[in-house]
Design a protein around this ligand. Structure first.
Ligand code: PHE
Length: 343
């Protein structure tokens, strides 16, 4: 009995001396004192060796010791929890980690990728070309010879050092470069940045983005053009969208048309976005002019083709409800952060 009491006294001192806060030590403590083969349990089994007249006294002492060991355990645990469960003192590993910033895609990129993926499903492949272009690929080859009045349709930035160089006014230069390669049939989609000398405002900018398309093969007809573009707008704007083609003029296509879709804001009943017409103009298109084919070494008696071109900014404004085109190029992260990287 005395030996046992002495032991209990030693254990008490041992417990009182524990100062280390590491959770591993807490667990070691639990196993050592409170585990199924621990000290408390061991002392309990000693009960049978205690003379019966002392059992009550010993039992009380043992109970006291057990409560002491348990309360030390509980307090210790609480202390660790309020500090976090870290192995290192003072570090709270329950705090959320520092998030790794994930960028978001630019709304123009999102729009471009969406347009491209629709045409890719129709078998178009992506081509790109230079933004600094010579006069031939931007104008002359597209049936816009020097002094042609239609050159004024697109106010051009020329490169000072060489009057033959300019910033491309459309991505049609890519189409010329692809046709020159002479590999037919050709079915390409040409995204890119283009430049025009226009006053910067909420509605227009001196640079913007386009996606143009070109399909050249034997027996390509205007019906193919209409069906391709109809598929595109249905994929882009939903099955209920209405389209109309209006006759137009481009030097590089004949016949030429502009395509409108029913206004996505008011559904066609007329609003300020569609200027009360119920229609939004989204692209220009037409059958590739025979002169353009000839300029690129393609026999217009054998091959025909269609082309179309659309801006990316305007549909992006509509889609995201943005009212100022300048936001796209100001790199304000508060603006850019709002776009997810879903596509
Ligand atoms: N290149 C024309 C533009 O930039 C768009 C277009 C392309 C029109 C192809 C018809 C055919 O305005």
């Amino acid at each position: 009995m005395d030996q046992l009491l002495e032991k209990i006294e030693q254990y008490k001192q041992e417990i009182a001396a524990i100062g280390n806060q590491a959770s591993e030590t807490l667990e070691a403590y639990r196993i050592k004192f409170l585990g199924t083969k621990g000290i408390v349990k061991n002392l309990m089994t000693e009960m049978k060796n205690v003379p019966s007249e002392k059992k009550k006294e010993f039992g009380q002492l043992l109970n006291e010791f057990k409560q002491y060991a348990e309360s030390r355990y509980e307090n210790w645990k609480l202390e660790l929890e309020s500090n976090g469960t870290s192995n290192e003192p003072g570090i709270d590993s329950t705090l959320p980690g520092d998030p790794i910033p994930v960028g978001s895609r630019h709304p123009i990129s999102l729009m471009r990728n969406q347009i491209i993926s629709i045409f890719q499903r129709l078998g178009f492949s992506v081509s790109e070309g230079p933004e600094i272009e010579d006069d031939f690929h931007n104008f002359t080859a597209l049936n816009l010879p020097e002094h042609h009045p239609a050159r004024d349709m697109q106010d051009t930035f020329y490169i000072q050092q060489n009057p033959d160089w300019l910033l491309r006014t459309h991505t049609s230069n890519i189409q010329i470069r692809e046709m020159e390669k002479g590999q037919l049939p050709l079915r390409i989609i040409c995204p890119g940045r283009v430049y025009r000398n226009e006053t910067i405002s909420a509605r227009s900018h001196c640079f913007f983005h386009q996606v143009e398309g070109l399909y050249i093969d034997e027996n390509v007809s205007f019906a193919d053009l209409k069906q391709t573009l109809y598929y595109f707008v249905q994929e882009m704007y939903g099955k209920d969208v209405k389209v109309r083609f209006r006759p137009s003029y481009f030097p590089f296509t004949e016949p030429s048309a502009e395509m409108d879709i029913s206004c996505q804001i008011c559904g066609g009943s007329g609003c300020s976005i569609c200027k009360r017409t119920g229609w939004l103009e989204i692209l220009g298109c037409g059958m590739v002019h025979p002169n353009v084919l000839t300029n690129c070494g393609i026999d217009p008696n054998k091959y025909t083709g269609f082309a179309f071109g659309m801006g990316i900014e305007r549909p992006a404004l509509l889609k995201y409800g943005i009212t100022d085109i300048r936001l796209f190029s100001e790199n304000d992260v508060r603006f850019l952060r709002q776009f997810t990287s879903a596509t």
